[in-house]
Write a protein that binds this ligand. Structure first.
Ligand SMILES: [Zn+2]
Length: 404
């Protein structure tokens, strides 16, 4: 079925509905238990643009709703901190910094990434619209502007600080409601020889792992290197190099500048996208089919556990878990609670459900965990050795509903 609304990237309207995940609340709408729990629901539909190949969702939840009072703090995840440390060291190797140069982080959250940059003696600046993130960044000693990043913000920064040598954004460039204004801002603010370091969930990895839970309202666009390059070219920018990283279940780090050099690694990745058909609707249609099969399998595994009288808790309460819970139709009869270590989320309900989020130390372990934060399985599984040797099981929903 084709829809007539404008593609976020090219502005044309040749969009194909690939996967309909139903009406869902905004995935981070974790509300304290004493508050009204009737979260608004919005369509969660994944589209492919036949004109520019950009994948995207159709409905926009306003950015003020999603990012002002956000509960996610980067610093709570150790493997993310390690990842940022290594990105900071690669940037330091690539870029020759002068004395007045600085590194700008767009949506830099609590300053976790910029702390590693700052430790190298470089000037840093964070821009984050989140109230909690702004506060946490300042507490971490990282200067922060509490605004959304767009052309106007970029212009103010440029007038105050001059051009930015590096503009980094991790998991932010696919959040942009003001997509074109933000990239115009990047073009305006970037030094002539500057580098944009964009980290994003790599769409081919998401498709290969059937990670349908990466689709949620905060993720407005979903990039291949090809679709991202087309978007950037419209703003005078080019991808010059790229590498894949395992963080978030399969990410890409793209190095972007004003020049048109193409590294061999980037050429290989872009060739592979074409060979595998990511500039056509075919792999996305296959992804949609596999997502619905995986949904049935996860549901079947959970319901079998429950039929045997076993207790299941969700391990972690990531935003992507909202997509899994709603797409699978789970409620508190299936999942008794979600356990977390991030205290900002404890004492809430999973959005649109009566599944409470509680601190891990405050409940007895269940018979089985549903690992919603599956992308951090390497960090989490070693901590569950004792649980498993005592007979506990772990259901890892993505990529194949494996039970360990
Ligand atoms: Zn398009």
């Amino acid at each position: 079925m084709n829809r007539v609304f404008a593609c976020r990237a090219c502005g044309r309207g040749n969009l194909e509905l690939i996967l309909d995940l139903g009406k869902q609340p905004w995935g981070n709408d974790f509300r304290p238990m004493e508050l009204d729990q009737t979260c608004p629901r919005y369509p969660l539909e994944f589209f492919y643009c036949h004109d520019c190949t950009m994948c995207q969702i159709g409905h926009t939840v306003p950015k003020e709703t999603m990012f002002r009072e956000h509960g996610y703090l980067s610093g709570t995840t150790r493997s993310l901190a390690r990842h940022f440390a290594s990105v900071a060291s690669r940037i330091a190797e690539r870029v020759a910094f002068g004395p007045s140069d600085y590194v700008l982080d767009v949506g830099g959250n609590d300053g976790t990434f910029l702390r590693f940059v700052h430790e190298r003696g470089l000037d840093v600046l964070n821009v984050d619209a989140g109230i909690n993130q702004h506060r946490a960044s300042l507490a971490n000693g990282i200067p922060c502007i509490n605004r959304f990043f767009n052309l106007e913000t970029a212009d103010d920064i440029r007038r105050e600080r001059g051009p930015a040598k590096v503009i980094h954004g991790a998991g932010i460039f696919f959040h942009l409601e003001e997509l074109h204004s933000a990239f115009e801002g990047v073009r305006h603010l970037l030094a002539d020889d500057g580098v944009v370091v964009a980290e994003f969930i790599y769409l081919p990895s998401m498709v290969e792992t059937t990670a349908f839970d990466q689709i949620y309202h905060e993720h407005l666009t979903y990039y291949t290197l090809g679709s991202f390059e087309r978007l950037l070219q419209g703003h005078g920018l080019r991808i010059n190099d790229a590498e894949l990283a395992s963080i978030h279940g399969g990410s890409c780090i793209a190095y972007i500048g004003r020049g048109d050099g193409v590294s061999p690694a980037l050429a290989r990745l872009m060739d592979r996208e074409v060979v595998e058909g990511y500039d056509t609707a075919t792999p996305y249609r296959q992804f949609a089919k596999e997502a619905s099969e995986l949904r049935d399998l996860i549901r079947d595994r959970v319901r079998r556990f429950r039929a045997g009288g076993r207790r299941i808790q969700a391990l972690g309460a990531p935003v992507k878990g909202t997509t899994i819970l709603h797409y699978c139709g789970f409620d508190e009869r299936d999942i008794e609670c979600a356990v977390e270590i991030n205290r900002l989320k404890c004492g809430t309900f999973y959005p649109g459900t009566r599944i409470p989020v509680v601190h891990q130390d405050e409940v007895d372990p269940p018979d089985a965990y549903l690992l919603l934060a599956w992308n951090f399985r390497d960090e989490i599984m070693p901590k569950l050795e004792r649980f498993r040797s005592g007979g506990g099981q772990v259901l890892i929903p993505i990529p194949d509903a494996e039970v360990l």
